[in-house]
Design a protein around this ligand. Sequence first.
Ligand code: UDP
Ligand code: MG
Length: 319
Amino acid sequence: MKKQQLLSIIIPFYNEQEVIAECQARLSSSVEAIDMDVEMIYINDGSKDETLNILTQLLETDSRIKIIDLSRNFGKEIAMTAGIDAAKGDAVIVIDADLQDPPELMAEMVDKWREGFDVVYAKRVERKGESFMKKFTARLFYKLINKISDTEIPENVGDFRLMSRQAVSALNEVRERKRFMKGLFAWIGFPQTAIEYSRDPRFAGETNWNYGKLIKFAVEGISSFTQEPLRLATYAGFLTALGAFLFGLYFVAKTLIFGETVQGFTTLITVILFFSGVQLLSIGILGEYIGHMFIESKQRPLYFVKKTYAAAQPISAEK
Ligand code: UDP
Ligand code: MG
């Protein structure tokens, strides 16, 4: 008999107690349409609620589940990485716990993978339950990052995607600590394709994002993918210096022709404030990159696993 291929499904969980049961039910029924063996790798990313307890109870009902309990909350990007590291599948799918991305799409992703694509990502054509502001700022961010970075990062694409074993191996070699996953997925290359869907609102619970976190995410995303802001600081410095020189010439000429005057407080204060702003901004940009170097140079492990759980008898063990 031909050996069945294995599909790994990775889900990060952070304080998701309300959605787990529904998530498991939708997932189980979705994988029935796929003729592959399945392993479900659930990452508990330091949840403070009953998430881990509920997950371990699932082990008794479904032997395809494996649980990785991280030592603390590391954030979604690292949690996904922990799952991808542990995945053994010929194809690996990453999906959110909150059912914003319909698991039913997985069958279609697998079809695309069989056609020969290494990365199949889900592109939202509609985002229900998200504010105008969030959609607008997201648009702006993708416009900006795609303008200034060499890696083309597709817009309206979340982390929900399928990757071939080859793509996963490539991704596993990228061990940078600040993991802007959407960028990394795109950066590794390989034949990629999209399937379209409309994104649902969260099934239950609350998003872990707020504007503060989103801004941080955007700044980290940009600074870990392109050096363009540094260049921008150089250009800004050059332009302002040129401006200052011309301005200076004008004032010297004015003084020579009309004599010394003590007017000009407004000009002075505007110029001082403007240049202080430009300088602080440039130092900030520099700091962002030095910060990356600081974090990377420490070479810390990406995460620690507190404990892994697996069902006593995995069904795929006899392979
Ligand atoms: N998540 C995580 N660690 C975190 C924050 C979120 O593992 O620190 C998980 C969360 O449980 C969910 C997924 O990442 O499965 C997406 O989170 P969320 O729905 O809050 O993000 P959004 O859909 O609003 O982008
Ligand atoms: Mg969500």
